[in-house]
Design a protein around this ligand. Sequence first.
Ligand SMILES: NC(=O)c1ccc[n+]([C@@H]2O[C@H](COP(=O)([O-])OP(=O)(O)OC[C@H]3O[C@@H](n4cnc5c(N)ncnc54)[C@H](OP(=O)(O)O)[C@@H]3O)[C@@H](O)[C@H]2O)c1
Length: 262
Amino acid sequence: MSDNVNQPLNHDDIRTFEPQDNCLDGKTILVTGAGDGIGRIAALTYARYGATVLLLGRTTSKLEAVYDEIESLGAKQPAMLPMDLEKATYAEMQQLEGLIVKEIGQLDGVLHNAGLLGELTPLEMYDVDTFEKVMKVNFTATFMLTQALLPLLKDAANGSIVFTSSTVGTHPRAFWGAYALSKQAVEGMSDIFTQETQNTTRLRFNCINPGGTRTNMRAHAFPGENPMSLKTPEDIMAGYVCLMSDDSIGVRGQVIALQPKD
Ligand SMILES: NC(=O)c1ccc[n+]([C@@H]2O[C@H](COP(=O)([O-])OP(=O)(O)OC[C@H]3O[C@@H](n4cnc5c(N)ncnc54)[C@H](OP(=O)(O)O)[C@@H]3O)[C@@H](O)[C@H]2O)c1
């Protein structure tokens, strides 16, 4: 299947992308973990650039706050999809797909952003229940939701699925346990989906690695760090918008580090 005739953007182009106003106009984008941290800012940013945003998360009060913020921007009316990815079943995800078909009728992008840090401890001592939870939220539920939404996403003119990795997913690091392993699995999943679909669909799969960013998760991972030394989620939004916009058509199967020196 041919992509746009232009050369696909490279990683630097993606990191420094300067979005046109309304570059996401007409698109419907689902963001997981949309209530807090990077996901919250991505949802608000996608709405600012014209997308209809579907807010998926486990804490309804946080989703409501983001919903209200989007409404107060005068952006397109969002929708809230409360779901706990740790507990959600595949049947519930298929129901969600049915609901989006019925109520909205299209889906152009998914930002798989929800994540759990788990423990920072040697694998030898890693709590097995925590291991399962982290793998479920960061990897297994991400796979299940992607598969359940695929029929709708394949119908999109230029669909884009963005998974979230981490530096310790690209290069597994001691003591990062299930978190690093789940992110490594996510990178592998993105690669396999790309190989399996690139000749038959325009839908593209990529991973984004935000790099150290000022959020609650980062503060838990690095309690001694000065948060003011970190980029904010707002600072790294260029790459998030780029990968959802048609400017990134042709970018497939990449792992894009937004702060490569991190
Ligand atoms: N911040 C960094 O420096 C950094 C670096 C590399 C990669 N990342 C990745 O970037 C993504 C966002 O991280 P962040 O720093 O923004 O983390 P965060 O501030 O902790 O936010 C995580 C989000 O995921 C949601 N979530 C957690 N468990 C969930 C579940 N069971 N079901 C549904 N939603 C759930 C949270 O919902 P609640 O608020 O309701 O708990 C929250 O909205 C993650 O995938 C993370 O691994 C972050």
